[in-house]
Design a protein around this ligand. Structure first.
Ligand SMILES: Cc1ncc(COP(=O)(O)O)c(C=O)c1O
Length: 381
């Protein structure tokens, strides 16, 4: 399967007709356990926390998309983040990109820090800074690219070589790019993860997460952690995700096309003092975007001129863009990071990195782009 193009892989990758009936679509194996032939002799699966055929199909499909040997799926994106962080030990030091998703930062600051793991949040667009901050006990580098919500791009090849040289596990949260537009494992990363709630799910009707990797030893550790801890996704959710993956490539293409048009439109409007989109020439890491991404998705961040009241009025007046947490669905969403997705980030850190009240994050859906432009225009009026 690996030799096929990504859009073919979306339709066929990892999925085979069901072996008893030949059903072309993977059935929902809604079962918690499996009858054994004799004590300790399971046919294939013994208990659904350990494995389920619908989940196996999903894992195979996801591994194919990220060109990975292995994949594991979880009950949410944060459950996937938590699973990977559980590879760490007391006394370890982790470098994290400074505007990492608020929930990931909260998990690190409020939970894993209690277990004696130190997290240092730095601007990873500065590769030299990453090398400088590596210590003897640095065990993991944690990056998003594009980052949430400032859409900074991190040079994955360069950071990957810093990690390799220092024997550090390099983790990339690839949620914003999706496997259609970026494959971090091919750029030197060790573990890639996604919130499948977002682009991979794509219809705002399922919560899930996944981890993909090539290293069998790390996979075995993660598999054990999942079995021991129990964070798995339900068969029905696996089915929904399998169904979503069929159209992932088509959807991403449309998100990308709409994203470029809308970002250019927003840039032409004086109401916005800044528009951040990896596909705009004005993006500070535009050259990295050209090198490591095949498309730029539908995530745009922008700063609206005026005070918080102006921002609030604008958000309330939008009609097609719904004010909601989350992103990556077929319908357009808008988010105010300071008070919503990144409210849990300490206020001084938020201010320092630029998550201020004027910042708005748009998740551009697959609607007709002219209707989206009209919606923004009427909200200005
Ligand atoms: C980049 C990123 N990673 C991880 C997560 C967590 O995913 P979930 O909400 O599925 O737990 C999110 C959620 O918004 C996210 O934006």
């Amino acid at each position: 399967m690996k030799k096929h193009a990504i859009d073919t892989l979306c339709v066929h990758g990892g999925v085979e007709p069901e072996f008893v009936t030949g059903a072309i679509m993977t059935p929902i194996f809604q079962t918690s356990t499996y009858v054994q032939e004799s004590p300790g002799q399971a046919k294939v699966y013994d208990y659904a926390r350990a494995g389920n055929p619908t989940r196996t199909s999903l894992e195979k499909a996801l591994a194919t998309l990220e060109k990975a040997e292995h994949a594991l799926t979880y009950s949410s994106g944060l459950a996937a983040v938590q699973a990977v962080a559980q590879l760490l030990n007391c006394g370890d030091h982790v470098l994290v990109c400074d505007d990492v998703y608020g929930g990931t930062g909260r998990l690190f600051r409020r939970i894993f820090a209690k277990y004696g793991i130190e997290f240092e949040f730095i601007d990873m667009t500065n590769t030299d800074l990453v090398s400088e901050r590596v210590r003897k006990n640095t065990k993991m580098i944690w990056a998003e690219s594009p980052t949430n919500p400032l859409l900074k791009l991190i040079d994955l090849e360069k950071i990957g070589s810093v990690a390799k040289k220092n024997n550090i596990t390099f983790v990339v949260d690839n949620t914003f790019a999706s496997p259609i537009f970026q494959n971090p494992l091919e750029l030197g990363c060790d573990i890639v993860l996604h919130s499948t709630t977002k682009y991979i799910g794509g219809h705002s009707d399922v919560i899930g997460g996944c981890v993909m990797l090539n290293c069998s030893q790390l996979y075995d550790e993660l598999k054990f952690l999942q079995f021991a801890g129990g964070s798995v996704n339900a068969p029905w959710d696996c089915f929904l995700l399998l169904r979503s993956i069929k159209t992932l490539s088509l959807r991403m293409q449309r998100h990308h096309e709409n994203g470029i048009i809308l970002a250019e439109f927003m840039k032409s409007r004086k109401e916005f003092s800044e528009v951040i989109y990896p596909g705009l020439k004005s993006h500070p890491q535009f050259d990295i975007a050209q090198r490591q991404m095949r498309g730029f998705s539908g995530m745009i961040s922008a700063r609206l001129q005026g005070n918080f009241d102006v921002v609030q009025n604008f958000l309330k007046k939008l009609k097609l863009f719904s004010l909601a947490e989350s992103l990556g669905g077929v319908e357009s969403l808008v988010n105010h990071p300071e008070t919503m997705t990144h409210a849990s980030v300490p206020a001084d850190h938020r201010k320092k990195i630029g998550i201020t009240s004027d910042l708005i994050r748009f998740s551009v859906g697959i609607e007709n782009v002219n209707d989206l432009i009209d919606d923004i225009t009427q909200a200005f009026d």
